[in-house]
Design a protein around this ligand. Sequence first.
Ligand code: GLA
Length: 628
Amino acid sequence: MTLIFGGDYNPEQWPEATWLEDVALMAEAGVTMVTVGVFSWSRLEPKPGEFDFGWLDRVLDLLHAKGIEVDLATASATPPPWLVRDHPSVLPVDANGTRLEFGSRQSYCPSSPVFRSAVQRLVRTIAERYKDHPALKMWHISNEYGDHIVSCWCDESAKHFRDWLQSRYRDIAGLNQAWGTSCWGQHYTGFEQVNPPRKAPGPVNPAQLLDWKRFSSDALLECFELEKQVLREVTPAIPVTTNFMSIMSELDYWKWAQAEDLVTDDAYPDPADPKSHLKIALSYDLMRSLKQQSWLLLESAPSAVSWREVNVPKRPGKMRLDSLQAVAHGSDGVMFFQWRQAKYGPEKFHSAMLPHAGTQTRQWRETVHLGQELRKLAEVKGHHTSAEVAILLDWSSWWALEAQESMPSNRLKLKDMLHTWYEPLFRRGIAVDLAPHGRSLESYQLVIAPSLYMCTIEQAKALQDFKGTLIVGPFSGVVDDNDQIHDGGAPGPLTELLGVTVEEFWPLPDGQRTKVGTANAHTWTEVLRLTTARPLASYEDGRPAITRNGNAIYVSCLLDDVTPVLREAGITAPEQELEICRRGPYTFVLNHTNASQPVPFRGTDMLTGREVTEVPPLDVIVIKEGQQ
Ligand code: GLA
């Protein structure tokens, strides 16, 4: 049993002599697994149907000889030049109708039948070649779906979108009803008249935008499934994954996670952001929640990235702290982008486990040290965190809230709302799950729904059945799953549960604040009429702002501080300077501050074997139950 340690390895960018040094240094650093071949299609299949596996055979053999396992990419993330030149329709088209050129990566239309069948042939050939290779541990399908290309607006995608709509609505009358096409004269008489939401003179039909988001997530998922199907046939025992990009709106990760064997994530907290550890922790908790299982940090930056405006490196100790934070939140290992720092290309300034300056460097020493420490934590593998608090997250609602422009306020951003609730829980060391909307919530004591703009009658039922304390944020229960306003207005199917009716939405101009108890409301307020709820806190003019109806608390505004509401919901623990995170019998204590912090309990650190009373800045200790 061991935690996974390694990174992306791109041997095709280096001469073979370097590979020997690579594997020797990997062994020295304790690397257990590398991801190979992510962007290597043009090297594996230099001409249509002509494959060159010699180099990859040698790489895999070298790795295996050192006991290093391989997360083998299916190499489909960048189609080769011959494919896009022979079939320009493979290249994606943007919403203005411009076809995007070759010369970067991920330049494909997810709906292109030519692309899809070329991928299937490639994947089958790779799988047949390596199915019995002893280094093969996991399949890495494509790369970061949704990065660069989330949607393609070409004619092929239009056809695919129409098919998707037809299976959703059966007939055009169903689509007209769902999209409310009586508005602005959009009544369709056949599916062939429907297009993707390309650039139009004014705001596009919001229901069309919503379905486009759903379709785009599904179209990419189909690409994943096509590859998975081939891999299952050829190597049924090898797990498949694709690397997620931390919490993001583009892909419905609940649906995606069900399709893969292991959730893996690429996480790039910004070292320049003092709150980055807090923001990334939410993503880690999402990854853990997606399958309620351990997951794997498949990519992270050893130090600076190369894609921000200013790419700040990680201070000494920061890589270790960031890495162990992921383990604390359920990752069964730590992997990086990438093993060896590139010599050329757009990522030549991106940090790596082995930097340009070689092994006489702080970076390398920290890499080796981390490998050693992960070995000491091997027994943590597979342990799970169970949370009593859940935050609801629903992608359709997120899309409906943010994809359209014609809202009372375009300032409501779901990620901000999630963080508002997550941050005070994090600061109190309270474990949080993310949970999908509409499923049973019975294992939780407290459920928080920062925003349920979209809420169907069935989804409301799951909330009604919930026996613990429920907090619902503003602008909830507004529309059904076609983005149509519920009869009687908000909070629609939540009206009885919350005991309030929203008479008016009252967004605030930028910068304006109004007092609600000890906190301030900003961005959004509502005019409520209470039916069975009682007020808990009011706006400055005395109107109710926060209400309670039985176990359900409604917060009709965005607050700069939600701790009073959490207190009302039974969260009374004090804030702490240290991050204290439990994973099974292990307690991770992480110091993200610049000062030493006392540990609130005694214990022996698994990493140093020492009795600890304080944690120095940017340090981490891990204490096993029974050793406190
Ligand atoms: C993503 C990609 C990698 C690399 C890194 C750089 O995670 O998957 O190929 O580009 O970003 O940070």
